[in-house]
Design a protein around this ligand. Structure first.
Ligand code: GLU
Length: 300
């Protein structure tokens, strides 16, 4: 073992589709190309939207594709205590706080009205409750938020996209760590679990790139290491948006795993393969190594 640890972290809101298989394959190839370990994490914090049955379907689909976790999968729905402890720690250090603003109040906030925001984008939270509950639900926190006013932008380097930076306070605002329904946020859970699983390399779809600065900010606040990041190209649906359940992504056909993997390989710029599944996977590991390892470990 050389210390490399990668992961695939699906949210079981639907079966694996062509888009999620790209992230699964890319993260698996990167781990194998580094002779490292590949772990699975079931991101089912939001139990309203996720189901254990779907998680098992995903595990079976991955296994049919020859992608198996090196350790038993981690289930986020079983880790509330850990998330709460971290939240308590952030609150005690004044890095997180309760918020009583309703969505209507957020929508009406001047800074949110001033600039048009992309569809589906979260509202920029201007820190209204930072110094105590201000929103109309005054005595009842609706959410717990992380302070994003660290005073400097977050810079990081993506292995595919190059230098990145984000001013989290200006572009996102104080983001949610725990929702009114008691559900911990993706940002909090992902950061704690990447650290708990010892993940050195996050390989995932480019749609998640925008979350990275928030995650690095939390890592800094919690004293956790920052993994390397590689965000892969996306599979687009007919409407040119990221393929998702909402725009009709179909489940992959796991009775034809090589066909599904070839489609994912194409998105990753890898050649098409016929024959045995294992041979195809081995071929792609070698191809991935040739492309990504020199970039990953540039000559001094
Ligand atoms: N659970 C997230 C998703 O299914 C992925 C999280 C991640 O890879 O950081 O979109």
């Amino acid at each position: 073992m050389n210390g490399y640890r990668g992961r695939f972290a699906p949210s079981p809101t639907g079966p694996l589709h062509a888009g999620s298989l790209v992230a699964a394959l890319a993260s698996w190839l990167d781990a194998r190309a580094h002779d490292g370990e590949w772990l699975l994490r079931i991101e089912d914090v939001d139990q309203q939207r996720c189901s254990a049955e779907l998680a098992h379907v995903i595990l079976q689909q991955l296994s049919a594709c020859g992608l198996q976790s090196d350790l038993p999968p981690l289930w986020q729905s079983r880790r509330d205590d850990l998330y709460q402890q971290a939240l308590d720690q952030l609150v005690a250090r004044h890095l997180a706080y309760p918020c009583a603003c309703t969505r209507r109040e957020l929508e009406a906030t001047h800074s949110n009205m001033a600039a048009p925001r992309p569809r589906n984008a979260e509202l920029i939270y201007p820190g209204t409750c930072r110094k105590g509950l201000q929103g109309s639900a005054s005595n009842k926190p609706l959410a717990w938020r992380a302070r994003s006013d660290s005073g400097r932008p977050i810079h990081w380097s993506d292995r595919r996209l190059g230098a990145q930076w984000q001013d989290v306070e200006r572009e996102v605002g104080d983001f949610v760590l725990k929702r009114a329904d008691g559900c911990y946020s993706y940002q909090l859970a992902v950061v704690l679990d990447d650290a708990a699983q010892g993940i050195t390399d996050v390989v995932r779809g480019e749609d998640l790139c925008n979350n990275t600065a928030r995650q690095i900010l939390l890592q800094h606040q919690l004293g956790l290491p920052t993994p390397r990041y590689l965000h892969t190209a996306l599979v687009l649906g007919a409407n040119q948006e990221k393929l998702s359940k909402q725009n009709g992504a179909l489940s992959i056909d796991s009775t034809q795993p090589l066909a599904a993997l070839n489609q994912a390989a194409l998105v990753l710029g890898l050649p098409q393969r016929e024959g045995k599944l294992d041979d195809a996977l081995n071929h792609w590991v070698a191809a991935w190594r040739a492309v990504w390892l020199p970039l990953y470990n540039p000559a001094p």
